[in-house]
Design a protein around this ligand. Structure first.
Ligand code: NAD
Length: 431
């Protein structure tokens, strides 16, 4: 793992280029994708400590108890297109460090970076057969979900597929963690610093062209004055976004991943207009000279969005931000809690009371207080609630170690030779 970490560091530029070529995100953003994944490799370097068991002496007369974490066996990981470095690295380094073998099935849309990572793992000394990669789509996935030799499935992707993966793999007797889609709300309180909040919304709404599972796609402005002021601050920032190929200098936002994604996002924007939302910034119709066939779109901002509109209910997964107005804090909190997804959320405020209440009562797995994209660091764990995660265990951190290991409890006695206690049919107790 130490060697693997070094190799990823050494090859960061090359890996970032592979990501940008296939995914479209900017080179700097691709480097962030790699860094956040590499942090899990660093975490896996501490595996002796993480696998340490517990021991209790004399749980009964002359009886000791201890526990150990052992490998699960063959694990498989199915990953989405949007983080071709970070998400495979959430999975296979920790799985291998826990003593398992691993089969990675990356997204068919950008498999080159995952492939290179597997090559680097081999170069670092991972033995043949311990880390494997298979390409494909549903057919390859189904083979893994139903194969008798596979013991555990890690999945990250959209909610309909996550739900299918969870049900199918569980039916075939496997341990499953299946992370799904998201609709992340950022609540902006009337006392928030709106310069900071609007900058945060631009980063979280339009970074990676909105194709992050932790992207903020809904800004909940508390009070109409907050909503008006927020939209006024956001509008010029969105209009000034520097859009172009991810490999070019000084670019903030690249294209979306495929023609299919492009058409789908345009369709959702059209529907938002038809449903009566106010189109404050229209990102449709952007054509870049020399890239007329590229999937580039400008940032879009909707205002006065309501909970019944598809622009609110659907995960857009594109550079589109919806502003929803809430009359007070409780209405905003209810809206976040009512939403079917529970991946990430944030509150922007100067009021410690409100922030603390929000962190305590919100029904979401990852919460930011004045932090727009609260992705936990590698030694904490990543995972949502509700329809953003099927299964029980989050990714990496101790949750990751628990997922990739089975707990064994041993109760042991070494009686003095010749001493007999006779038999007893009552339940064994401390006495
Ligand atoms: P996706 O669900 O289309 O694909 C994910 C993986 O599943 C791919 O490897 C794909 O080949 C496979 N797959 C697709 N359809 C399948 C099917 N019918 N049966 C079996 N396997 C199938 O997701 P995507 O478009 O690659 O990624 C974007 C989605 O992932 C968004 O919904 C986003 O929110 C979500 N995501 C979630 C997290 C999280 O941590 N919760 C992180 C990143 C992305």
């Amino acid at each position: 793992m130490f060697r693997f970490n070094e190799l990823i560091l050494k090859h960061t530029d090359e890996l970032a280029e592979l990501i940008t070529l296939e995914h479209g995100k900017t080179i700097e953003d691709a480097k962030g994708d790699i860094l956040r994944g590499r942090e899990v490799v660093e975490y896996a370097c501490g595996i002796p400590h993480l696998l340490r068991g517990d021991f209790t002496e004399d749980v009964g007369s002359g009886v000791d108890a201890y526990s150990m974490r052992q490998a699960v066996g063959v694990c498989a990981g199915i990953t989405p297109f949007n983080f071709p470095a970070m998400i495979p690295l959430w999975m296979f380094p920790l799985s291998i460090a826990c003593g398992n073998t691993f089969i990675l099935k990356p997204s068919e849309r950008d498999p080159s970076c995952p492939f290179r990572l597997v090559e680097l793992a081999h170069e670092a000394g991972v033995p043949e057969g311990v880390i494997n990669m298979v390409n494909g789509d549903k057919e390859a996935v189904d083979a893994l979900l139903t194969h008798a030799d596979v013991n555990a499935i890690s999945f990250v992707g959209s909610t309909p597929v996550a739900s299918y993966i969870y049900a199918t793999a569980a039916e075939h007797g496997k341990r499953v963690q299946a992370l799904g889609g998201a609709k992340n709300h950022m609540v902006v309180m009337p006392d928030a610093d709106l310069d900071q909040a609007s900058d945060a919304l631009i980063s979280a709404g339009y970074g990676s062209a909105g194709q992050r599972c932790m992207a903020v796609s809904v800004a909940v402005a508390v009070g109409d004055d907050t909503g008006d002021a927020l939209v006024a601050k956001l509008t010029p920032k969105i209009q000034e976004l520097k859009i172009g190929p991810g490999s070019a200098d000084d670019i903030e936002m690249g294209p979306v991943v495929t023609r299919q994604a492009y058409d789908r996002i345009l369709g959702l924007i059209d529907q938002g207009v038809a449903d009566g939302a106010t189109l404050a910034v229209d990102g449709r119709g952007l054509k870049l000279q020399g890239y007329e066939n590229g999937y580039f779109m400008g940032g879009t901002l909707f205002d006065h969005v309501t909970e019944d509109m598809s622009i609110y209910t659907e995960e857009v997964f594109g550079p589109v931000l919806a502003v929803v107005r809430a009359k007070d804090y409780e209405t905003a909190l209810d809206m976040v809690n009512r939403n079917e997804y529970g991946n990430g959320t944030a509150i922007f405020t100067k009021d410690g009371d409100a922030a603390r209440d929000f962190a305590e009562r919100v029904q979401i797995g990852m919460v930011g207080v004045n932090v727009p994209i609260p992705v936990p660091v590698a030694y904490h764990s990543f995972g949502g609630w509700k329809r953003s995660l099927f299964g029980d265990t989050h990714m990496h951190g101790m949750e990751g170690v628990r997922f990739y290991t089975r707990l064994k409890a041993v109760t042991s006695r070494w009686p003095k030779s010749g001493v007999r206690e006779g038999h007893s049919l009552t339940m064994p107790t401390m006495t």
